[in-house]
Design a protein around this ligand. Structure first.
Ligand code: GDP
Length: 195
């Protein structure tokens, strides 16, 4: 994929604020600090298109990045940030739910988990719940540069098991440092979005 254009086009809380262009959409979900902004930036070869968080858990918006006037990469608000009130969590849930349940343009959800750790309870809930919405899903295991090849091979099956992934569910080790997994993710995105 040659990136000619990558721009933050819309910041939305409410469905009335979603873009109207009708391009296919790929949404990214994951715990705060899992490396979601870094992954989006490395997909589009930009250093700081998506914000790299200094204050995790503060973003409560859905950000639509226009790629080549052909596709939106959709950054969903990160979850699982401990210092967030119950009320904030509810708001977050509503924002995500409205998007995932109703968005016709959504073709693929990429769920990010940290390759070093067992998925959290929130990760498991997200995976189950997103699958139940009928969304096509891929899991990216981030920060793979922090582990040796041996450790990666040991952790991937544990992540699969913990999330209760089916045999044909796709799990991709990813690093925004080494770009491991970048091509593979683009291939999948292009396949589901027919671009
Ligand atoms: P977000 O909150 O999910 O958007 O996470 P960020 O992209 O802001 O990343 C959180 C922290 O993890 C930052 O300090 C990043 O530099 C670091 N990070 C993200 N991805 C990677 C990666 O692939 N490898 C390494 N070593 N660090 C990463």
């Amino acid at each position: 994929m040659i990136i000619r254009k990558a721009e933050l086009e819309k910041v939305a809380v409410d469905p009335s604020q979603y873009p109207l262009a009708g391009y296919p959409e790929v949404a990214f979900a994951g715990r705060s600090n899992v490396g979601k902004s870094s992954l989006i930036n490395s997909l589009v070869n930009r250093k700081s298109l998506a914000r790299i968080s200094s204050t995790p858990g503060k973003t409560r918006t859905i950000n639509f990045y226009n790629i080549n006037d052909a596709l939106y990469l959709v950054d969903l608000p990160g979850y699982g940030y401990a210092k967030v009130s119950m009320e904030e969590k509810k708001k977050w849930g509503k924002i995500i739910e409205e998007y995932l349940n109703k968005r016709q343009e959504l073709k693929l959800v990429i769920l990010l988990v940290d390759i070093r750790h067992e998925p959290t309870g929130d990760d498991k809930l997200m995976f189950e719940w997103m699958k139940a919405t009928g969304s096509k899903m891929v899991v990216a295991a981030t920060k793979s540069d922090k582990l040796s090849k041996n450790q990666i091979n040991k952790n991937l099956p544990l992540i699969r098991k913990s999330l209760n992934m089916a045999l044909d569910d796709i799990l991709i080790p990813f690093s925004s440092e080494t770009k491991q997994g970048r091509e593979e993710l683009w291939n999948i995105i292009e396949k589901y979005c027919l671009i």
